[in-house]
Design a protein around this ligand. Structure first.
Ligand code: COA
Length: 179
């Protein structure tokens, strides 16, 4: 949990700056039932369970929740940092809150935190046809690969990457990972 930001740092996020949208907080055990419930609604084919989220926390993942003023979970994001690479494990916003900028804020937070943890690039996989690809493109991710029939139902996965290295003039070579 040491990698998760403290509540003091939350004030720096774009999400926290806007009063009409929820605060980002590190996920705690009391969020896990609501996280699993949201998973069942948004990913009915293969939802993460409470146990999966417990394992994510135990592994020190950057698991962050967006909570509204009533304590209601509105969205979440989970990132694994492995040296120079960070992997976006999942990101989701509840359906009634979609299209209001929360996904963008969660993704921005994830990239900032992965960079702060030492990652130089963020990788992700998204199912072909998922409108989330547009969110990623708008955030600066680029397609680097397509994994044919990656999902159990035969769906393809698009692999995307974004450099987290912001210093001008620094090489961005080596962005392509072997699939
Ligand atoms: C993908 C998801 C996280 C986006 O969250 P969101 O809060 O609705 O997204 P935002 O309002 O921040 O939108 C950010 C950008 O994403 C794109 N976008 C979001 N929803 C979109 C949609 N339905 N169609 C097209 N583009 C969309 C837009 O480009 C938008 O930027 P813009 O408003 O400047 O055009 C949310 O729809 C979700 O939880 N989907 C189900 C779970 C999922 O598939 N997660 C991704 C797994 S890889």
């Amino acid at each position: 949990m040491a990698q998760l930001r403290s509540s003091d740092e939350v004030a720096d996020t774009p999400m926290a700056a806007a009063s009409e949208i929820p605060q980002l907080q590190p996920a705690r055990w009391w969020h896990l039932a609501a996280l699993a419930q949201l998973e069942r609604e948004l990913f009915p084919a293969d939802p993460w369970s409470v146990e999966t989220f417990v394992a994510e926390l135990a592994a020190g993942r950057l698991l962050q929740v967006a909570i509204d003023e009533h304590g209601q979970l509105r969205g979440y994001v989970d990132v694994a940092v492995n040296g120079r690479d960070a992997d976006l494990m999942t990101i989701a916003v509840e359906r009634p809150s979609a299209g209001q900028g929360w996904g963008r804020a969660l993704l921005s937070w994830a990239c900032q935190q992965a960079e702060a943890a030492g990652a130089e690039r963020m990788l992700l996989e998204v199912r072909s046809g998922n409108t989330a690809e547009q969110l990623y493109r708008r955030a600066g991710f680029e397609r680097i690969d397509v994994r044919r029939r990656y999902y159990p139902d035969g769906g393809d996965a698009i692999v995307m990457v974004k450099s987290l290295v912001s210093r001008p003039g620094r090489s961005e070579g080596g962005l392509v990972r072997n699939a």
